[in-house]
Unconditional design. Sequence first.
Length: 234
Amino acid sequence: MIVKAGNPRVLPLSPEFITPQDGHEKQDCEREATKRWVKRNADALKGWRYTMLGDDLYSNQPLCEAFLAAELNFILVCKPDSHTELYKTVDFLAKNGLVEEFEERKEEYRNSFVTNHTVSTVNVVPLAEDGRTRWKSENETNNTLKNQGYHFEHSFGHGEEHLANFLATLNLLAFLLHTLLDLLDEEYQLVRKELVTRVDFFNDLRALLRYMVFESWDGLMLFMLRALEIPGYI
């Protein structure tokens, strides 16, 4: 997902599925899938323009090296219980006055990150905010896909080969299309302002398309705007 601090929208990217790999003896996992995704998209990502966000699972040397090799920055959650030696080193440096501190209290929240960005008192707050933006993958993405009409929690375990991945990908494409409409289509924005939840919007859309035929998407939006008595379209 492409996420940005302070922006409620997220843009899904092409997925990389966790599946057994030909010629590999070890079981596939999230870390290996991430490496494949980075390698597959390396040409579009390189140039130090993007920062990879991830939880503690990603905070390890092989993945960090893979990000750097692809010219990607990173801000990754780094928990004390899984990085004991690192925290011992930081504690030692702090006791010897070699760790710079900056405090700005806003709310009850505590976390730690590892990053390749040079950290200073000037940028530590926005870096922390960017690190926390990782949660948009859960809140604005997974929660929406599971609970807002996409039924992503449904088991797509059908078919003998690729059907499950295919159906999941179609769901992500639909989510991407709706996000782009929300960013670019003024009439869609007005309809969604009236039909706030995606579930309400999908239900209305499903009912209309079951019984009526519209010449175009614009025709459908115009019909809905008039039926909802939106000012300027009555």
